[in-house]
Ligand binder design. Sequence first.
Ligand SMILES: *[C@@H]1O[C@H](CO)[C@@H](O)[C@H](O)[C@H]1NC(C)=O
Ligand SMILES: *[C@@H]1O[C@H](CO)[C@@H](O)[C@H](O)[C@H]1NC(C)=O
Ligand SMILES: *[C@@H]1O[C@H](CO)[C@@H](O)[C@H](O)[C@H]1NC(C)=O
Ligand SMILES: *[C@@H]1O[C@H](CO)[C@@H](O)[C@H](O)[C@H]1NC(C)=O
Ligand SMILES: *[C@@H]1O[C@H](CO)[C@@H](O)[C@H](O)[C@H]1NC(C)=O
Length: 398
Amino acid sequence: MTDKLLLATILCLMGTSALAQQVILEGNYNVTAFCNSVATGTQLGSIVSCEYYYVCQSTGPVQVNCTAGYAYNYTVQACQPANQANCFYGLDNPCSATSGKSFAPLSGSCNKYYACENGTSVGIGSCPVNTKFDSVSRGCIWGSCSNTQALDDTPNLNSLCEVVPPNIFFGTTESCDTWNYCETGKANPTTSTCPTPTSCFNVQKQMCDYTGPTVCNRVTDQPLISTTTGACTSSSEPKGSSTICSQYYKCQNQQWQTYNCGYGQYWDKTTQQCQARQTATPEAGCNRCEYASKQFVNAVDSGNCTNYYYCNNGAATNLWCNSGMFFNEQKQGCVSDDTLSTYVLTNGACNGATATAGASTTESDSTGSTESTSEASTSEATTTEAATTKDDADAGGK
Ligand SMILES: *[C@@H]1O[C@H](CO)[C@@H](O)[C@H](O)[C@H]1NC(C)=O
Ligand SMILES: *[C@@H]1O[C@H](CO)[C@@H](O)[C@H](O)[C@H]1NC(C)=O
Ligand SMILES: *[C@@H]1O[C@H](CO)[C@@H](O)[C@H](O)[C@H]1NC(C)=O
Ligand SMILES: *[C@@H]1O[C@H](CO)[C@@H](O)[C@H](O)[C@H]1NC(C)=O
Ligand SMILES: *[C@@H]1O[C@H](CO)[C@@H](O)[C@H](O)[C@H]1NC(C)=O
């Protein structure tokens, strides 16, 4: 009898917890999943309207309205007078929420924006290729827009940091060990994983914790931001983007889901996870100017580590070292192949690279090695270091 009652209670609890969660979706933003990944009581912004926000209760998100004339400011978790809140969603004139010269997101578009002056629009701009408009930093950041996002009118969350308040730790629904943290004004969160034995991120305590009965309940196979880019099969391995080093795709419910690594990280092909830019080996061809602090950076080159880029505002110009040399990002130049075997251990871009055959080969190899630049005129004028590098390389080769 007692057993039966207990069983009935357990079934009942299972039933209610499964039913109680009403799923709220705003385009690719799963508000319910996000609420499960933050501490109870946390507020999350809406990307449909500035006039309301969500309070995350243990049963899921609850919508709360601001009073008329006020707009929600997720960075301070409060409704503010509309012209102070810097919130654009659902406004007929997004520029009305700005002052002076500024930019505002264009609803339904991921890479276009309004140029605003004194509260009115003075034009519409587009972010360069491989970038998208970010309303946190009010600028173009690395990332791509799928065709559907660019064309239709569904709300689109580009980054977790666009709705969650800064300076709190939160989890994800994809894995229990991952935590995120947004800094004021930064578009992408810092992301990391909990170390064993406290390998479960406890969203209530906002810290890494031992496993427990409910600590990992939030984990589902649905991510917080769901952006799909076509069909796949369950056996498909995750893969990096061949243009954006920090972006990758995972197969989920027969669809490729797009993900972004955390701030300063690239997708690493060998471990199939995100890791620090310098050690990661991303897909060949992706632009390693992203998150770079130096002007010259290695291209992904697992052959001989001779290919490198000149970075100008994120745009990469292809350059090559001469035979017998490889590009050393820390030294900002081409150096002798003697140290290549140690360089490849800590610089993932050159993982697998071996020294070029014949250290001092013909003249024809070394001449014109920098001619394949696409932005000829600008790089000619500004690549003084590259020119030095080339001279050094010539000298070294002889
Ligand atoms: C949204 O999140 C909830 C809770 O994690 C999950 O049950 C649901 O499948 C998700 N829906 C979509 C469309 O991702
Ligand atoms: C919030 O406003 C909407 C209309 O915009 C209304 O339908 C809803 O009932 C309001 N919610 C609360 C809790 O007042
Ligand atoms: C929110 O309020 C802060 C402080 O008043 C302000 O600096 C910020 O621009 C506002 N808006 C957003 C979206 O952060
Ligand atoms: C915006 O305001 C400034 C200062 O009041 C003024 O100089 C400028 O011409 C205005 N711009 C437009 C487009 O009205
Ligand atoms: C480096 O390898 C590429 C092919 O992977 C080859 O085309 C190039 O000539 C090599 N560079 C040198 C300097 O040997």
